[in-house]
Design a protein around this ligand. Structure first.
Ligand code: ADP
Length: 529
């Protein structure tokens, strides 16, 4: 089978009733149909499922779809069954099936009826399943939510690490397609390596959501009143408010209700019936606001959510992007407001203590990015997209004006000499330090690591002490985003010079910077000395 022999548009119309492909779908599908390993990075709602469903429906044999969430698998299977006259066209294979159900699934596969077989990674590790799948014709293997393979993804699942071995056992030449909505460059690299598809055709859609407005406000003890005011100003509009704890969800939902806002709570501690009820109330617009933990949102497709508020800052920018991404799906207004206090970062740090060291290091590095995002006074969109490995022009890019920093710009000042000094310090200290040590070196504060490398004896030590630590931290972040420095992921954030940075040292030019916001609640511990 090759795409040249098939009219993909005709198939799209036939199975899904759509007359056009969305974004990169057609290219992705062509790649799969032609038997190539394929890697797809698209934001949520981009239309990833169709990328493997359509090729599966038109291919010979059965496509295996690995997905971590049973609920989502069931939804997809129901949807596929709805578009085909054959009930057995899609099946789920998991441990909840009884013997006769498993027999039916296998029969349908053997008879060539089943085009899509959804499995959880755990089911794939079962010997009998592997043996069976070896014996039948498999068209390709789709690994959905592929970021689960990476410790740097927001939902690491160790079972995903075995997938490559299992796929190999099922068949040597089965094309693999990995799909994810969350991919920093490091996660992407992990996926390609772990799935053994470094040769994959890669399709990456932009993560820019031009209609979303990003705003960060300091979180004070009046945060509830601030939220009530915001919600009242947006009366009648649908919104989600995320809190870290179930208790806070309950309290805030009550506070809102008392203040005349129609709101319901949602968290995993509520019984299933209540959860479904509250979710439906939100979707059917019987209530305006859901106050929720992160348990809310997966698979919820309400296009006209007009605001997402973070009562507590999330633990990574992936989570932030994912959660704010639930606003404005229809392309209309979507206000993303987060309340930030450094104390919340410390709280999140505390949650991590006791975890394995590597996990803590990762968690810490991810949190530092959240701090950088919250405190920066540069274009938030640029910062966020840079984090996802994407360039964004803050003057001309789509949605460039849509954040608080761009709307209320801070004065910029010339920082050419400081950039030179910073880059020199990185170079002279042999590119071994993370941002914290670089700042300390600049302001002349020694710590154990600095002493052990005798950096305190270097001529550059303390050369930037006329400015404070916050100033230097802000500059480092802006120079990172400008691409003259980069954080090395393997070492959890050691700062390295890029070629662009080396060039700058040879031929420095003007660099206009803005200082970070100062949040009152930030404590000295921001830079732990
Ligand atoms: P993702 O998995 O990337 O989050 P989905 O596969 O759930 O996205 O698709 C998001 C929405 O887009 C779904 O409602 C789907 O029916 C719709 N969709 C997908 N492809 C098309 C298309 N070619 N034309 C119109 N709508 C589409």
């Amino acid at each position: 089978m090759s795409s040249t022999e098939i009219d993909l548009h005709q198939q799209l119309k036939k199975y899904f009733g759509f007359s056009q492909f969305k974004g990169l779908q057609e290219q992705v599908i062509t790649s799969i149909v032609n038997g190539h390993n394929t890697f797809v990075v698209m934001p949520t709602g981009g239309g990833k499922s169709l990328c493997y469903q359509l090729p599966a429906l038109i291919a010979d044999g059965t496509a295996i779809v690995v997905s971590p969430l049973i609920a989502l698998m069931k939804n997809q299977v129901d949807a596929i069954r709805g578009i085909s006259s054959e009930h057995g066209v899609a099946h789920v294979l998991n441990s909840s099936l009884n013997k006769s159900e498993v027999k039916q699934v296998k029969e349908d596969i053997v008879n060539g009826i089943t085009k899509l077989l959804y499995v959880a990674p755990e089911s794939l590790t079962k010997e009998e399943n592997v043996e069976f799948l070896r014996s039948v014709e498999i068209s390709f293997m789709a690994v959905d939510e592929a970021h689960c393979i990476s410790e740097w993804g927001h939902d690491f699942r160790p079972e995903y690490r075995n997938l490559r071995q299992i796929i190999k056992r099922i068949g040597d030449n089965i094309p693999i397609i990995g799909l994810t909505a969350t991919a920093t460059p490091k996660v992407q690299e992990d996926i390609l390596k772990n799935l053994g598809i470094t040769d994959a055709n890669t399709f990456k859609a932009s993560f820019n959501r031009p209609n979303l407005y990003y705003e960060i406000r300091p979180k004070t003890k009046n945060v509830d009143a601030d939220i009530i005011r915001f919600v009242k100003q947006n009366e009648g509009k649908s919104g989600i408010i995320y809190c870290l704890s179930r208790k806070r969800v309950e309290e805030l939902a009550q506070t809102l209700q008392v203040n005349g806002v129609s709101a319901v709570p949602y968290h995993a501690g509520l019984d299933a019936k209540t959860r479904v009820k509250h979710q439906d109330m939100f979707i059917m617009e019987d209530v305006d606001v859901v106050v929720a933990t992160i348990a809310f949102g997966m698979g919820i497709d309400k296009p006209d959510v007009r605001f997402v508020i973070h009562h507590d800052i999330p633990k990574s920018l992936e989570s932030y992007y994912q959660e704010t991404g639930r606003a404005g799906r229809d392309g209309g207004e979507g206000h993303c407001l987060a309340f930030y206090s450094y104390k919340d970062i410390e709280k999140l740090e505390k949650f991590m203590s006791g975890k394995p060291v590597a996990e803590q290091e990762i968690g810490h590095a991810l949190l530092q990015e959240v701090v950088g995002y919250a405190e920066t006074s540069m274009s938030r969109r640029k910062f966020l997209l840079h984090y996802f490995g994407e360039e964004f022009d803050e003057e001309t890019g789509e949605g460039a004006s849509m954040d608080d920093n761009v709307q209320n710009p801070k004065k910029k000042h010339e920082a050419q000499e400081d950039v030179e000094l910073l880059l020199k310090v990185v170079k002279e200290t042999k590119q071994i330090y993370k941002a914290k040590e670089l700042v300390n070196t600049l302001i002349g504060k020694a710590n154990a690591l600095i002493l052990s490398h005798k950096t305190d004896e270097h001529v550059l030590f303390g050369k930037g002490k006329d400015k404070d630590n916050k100033y230097w931290m802000a500059l480092i972040r802006q120079v990172l985003v400008a691409g003259m420095l980069r954080k090395d992921i393997e070492t959890y954030g050691v700062v390295k010079l890029t070629d662009k940075g080396k060039e700058y040292l040879k031929a420095p030019v003007s660099f206009m910077m803005t200082e970070d916001h100062i949040f009152n609640s930030i404590t000295e511990s921001e830079i732990k000395i």
